[in-house]
Ligand binder design. Structure first.
Ligand SMILES: NC(=O)c1ccc[n+]([C@@H]2O[C@H](COP(=O)([O-])OP(=O)(O)OC[C@H]3O[C@@H](n4cnc5c(N)ncnc54)[C@H](O)[C@@H]3O)[C@@H](O)[C@H]2O)c1
Length: 336
């Protein structure tokens, strides 16, 4: 397999999930890590044995670097990705792809124009449980979908926002619990059930109003073309981070992911699938499939296949989130 010359921009909380893989995988030679905070870049470079940069355009202008991972604040994903793609590099960006649909569309154009691949880090699509759930629903083995629900109850206190001052702001984070935490759950819903025809929802501040500008709690009803509904709830105001719950009711079974997957068939039979990608430690609830997603990205680059979580996929969750903000403001159903 080809060894790609790689770089990571942004050396904050998530960057280790990328750099750990890139520093020792046979498909990558990690050349550079970048952070505007010199100390962060230097510490990461020392750990991973590559060079440290504080100006990301050094990576943009380095003709040797072929693939770049974006672990930067949300508002920087679109301008960085578009410039890197147009400079001939492949880009794997952390979620969210961008903070507006227009930004995401420009990123897709940049990938199309340059012929380079753009991937979006929805690693939970690679969870064993997500793959089983999607297969069960899409195969039709359990009959038609009758409805679904998804619940995320995590906790983010003032210290979380103090540590990353871009978080909690409309300008730089682009939203709150929806665009940062629950975006994975909305992506899974649309990946498993397809895009709804319309949604109605609210986004509000229920506990962090003294700390952040953006919403800490949101709910929505998603209505599909056949009239089926999915109910969604997310909050950052819970005292602890619980496993995300996604349940789909089908004609012949109820499938529920909450850590592991449990399928309860109408005849009483119960099937279970354990999650193989369990992340160790306190961040287990984030989902532990970064390594599988990154491996697949480079397999696709190597084999000339389109990476399945591309820009056109990444944009769908942003469409849902923007529709939810719109619905919350107008207090009515919004067509997707
Ligand atoms: N996939 C997941 O499960 C997951 C989990 C956590 C975070 N994330 C995503 O990862 C991204 C980063 O989040 P985080 O929690 O690591 O944030 P963070 O604030 O901890 O890290 C961001 C880093 O980017 C650096 N930075 C800011 N501007 C820069 C610039 N112009 N050039 C280079 N570096 C710059 C900051 O100094 C900081 O070190 C976000 O998009 C977030 O949503 C994804």
């Amino acid at each position: 397999m080809k060894r790609f010359r790689t770089a990571v921009i942004g050396c904050g909380a998530i960057h280790g999930s990328h750099a750990d893989v890139l520093a020792d995988a046979p498909f990558s030679e990690l050349r550079a890590v970048v952070d505007v905070v010199p100390d962060r870049a230097a510490r990461s470079a020392a750990k991973y044995g590559c060079r440290a940069e504080t100006d990301w355009t050094r990576v943009l202008e380095d003709p040797e670097i072929e693939s770049v991972h974006l672990c930067t604040p949300h508002y920087l994903h679109a301008p960085m990705a578009s410039a890197l793609l147009r400079a001939g590099k492949c880009v794997l960006t952390e979620k969210p792809m961008g903070i507006s649909v227009a930004q995401c569309e420009e990123m897709v154009r940049a990938a199309d124009d340059s012929g380079r691949q753009l991937g979006v880090c929805f690693q939970n699509r690679y969870n064993t449980t997500s793959l089983h759930l999607r297969d069960l629903v899409r195969s039709g083995r359990a009959g038609r979908v009758l409805g679904a629900r998804a619940v995320l109850t995590w906790g983010r206190g003032a210290d979380y926002y103090v540590g990353s001052p871009w978080k909690g702001t409309w300008e730089k984070e682009g939203g709150g619990v929806l665009i940062n935490q629950a975006i994975h759950t909305l992506d899974l819903l649309q990946w498993v059930l397809g895009m709804p025809a319309a949604l109605k929802g609210t986004a509000d501040q229920r506990s962090l109003q003294d700390t952040i500008e953006v919403e800490d709690t949101a709910e929505a009803t998603l209505r599909y073309a056949d009239g089926t509904r999915a109910y969604f709830f997310a909050t950052n105001g819970y005292p602890t981070d619980r496993a995300v719950e996604v349940e789909v009711v089908l004609e012949k079974a109820v499938a529920r992911v909450c850590g592991d997957l449990t399928v309860t068939w109408a005849d009483g039979t119960i099937e279970t699938a354990s999650e193989r990608n369990v992340r160790a430690g306190a961040k287990a609830y984030w989902g532990g499939s970064h390594r599988d997603l990154i491996q697949d990205f480079y397999d696709c680059l190597d084999e000339g296949r389109l990476f399945p979580v591309d820009g056109r996929q990444g944009i769908q969750a942003i469409r849902l989130i923007r529709a939810l903000y719109d619905s919350s403001e107008r207090r009515e159903w919004v067509t997707i």
